[in-house]
Design a protein around this ligand. Structure first.
Ligand SMILES: N[C@@H](CCC(=O)N[C@@H](CS)C(=O)NCC(=O)O)C(=O)O
Length: 216
């Protein structure tokens, strides 16, 4: 009997999309269980994820949170194209990219630039320009480092889609939905070329969170 797979996550979460990208690339059937981490959480969800973030993957009796662990699990547990590169250097770069995004990229690019410029408008809230300016300033260092990694070509080569691409693509997709994010990315030619190729992949479309229309 095959064990059921459920991804507990928030439809607009970039981390949720990272996990979905891995599931789609491996052609895994799964159920989505909607959990909004910005609302009061159900105690049953807090049993799965005591830190109250999303996503959490449940596979039969096994559950795991922290998106890096989830995507690695998906890659190992299911057949389909491998999502981790071969070779010590490429693997190290893949982990480095995911670490950079988690530690330095997510907050400025997604929570400051995207959330304030794009998401707040959808909710009818005014943007906080100071947050956007601070996020943009902090994003440049992240983009410059990732541009160097894309130029080196061990990962982010625009051909072999790895867990580094799974982690980065949802963040860049949200970042460039803000005009200043799109302008910033265009100053980093290797990363820009990577995004031009990756953004046309069908799996990006099939996992698109489809943002709501702005509140008028
Ligand atoms: N380190 C976590 C981060 C997950 C995360 O921050 N998810 C966001 C949604 S994109 C969240 O749950 N935010 C709720 C909050 O900040 O309270 C992971 O890799 O899964």
């Amino acid at each position: 009997m095959t064990e059921e797979i459920a991804l507990h996550g928030y439809r607009y979460s970039v981390y949720n999309r990272v996990a979905r990208l891995a599931l789609h690339l491996k052609d895994v059937s799964y159920a989505m269980v909607e959990v909004d981490p910005f609302s009061k959480l159900d105690p049953a969800y807090l049993q799965l994820h005591p830190f109250g973030r999303v996503p959490t993957l449940v596979h039969g009796t096994f559950s795991v949170f922290e998106t890096r662990a989830i995507t690695r699990y998906i890659d190992q547990a299911f057949s389909g194209p491998p999502l981790q590169p071969v070779g010590a250097k490429s693997l190290a770069r893949m982990d480095q990219v995911t670490g950079i995004i988690d530690s330095h990229g997510y907050w400025p690019m997604v929570r400051q630039v995207f959330s304030q410029r794009v998401f707040s408008r959808l909710e009818g809230e005014p943007p906080n320009e100071d947050e956007i300016a601070a996020g943009l300033a902090a994003s440049h260092n992240v983009l410059a480092v990732l541009d160097g990694i894309a130029e080196e070509g061990l990962v982010l080569d625009g051909r072999d889609f790895t867990l580094a691409d799974c982690h980065l693509a949802p963040m860049i997709d949200y970042f460039v939905r803000a005009d200043e994010g799109r302008d910033a990315l265009s100053s980093y030619p290797n990363l820009y070329r990577w995004w031009e190729r990756v953004s046309t992949m069908p799996v990006l479309e099939s996992t698109d969170p489809k943002l709501p229309d702005p509140v008028s």
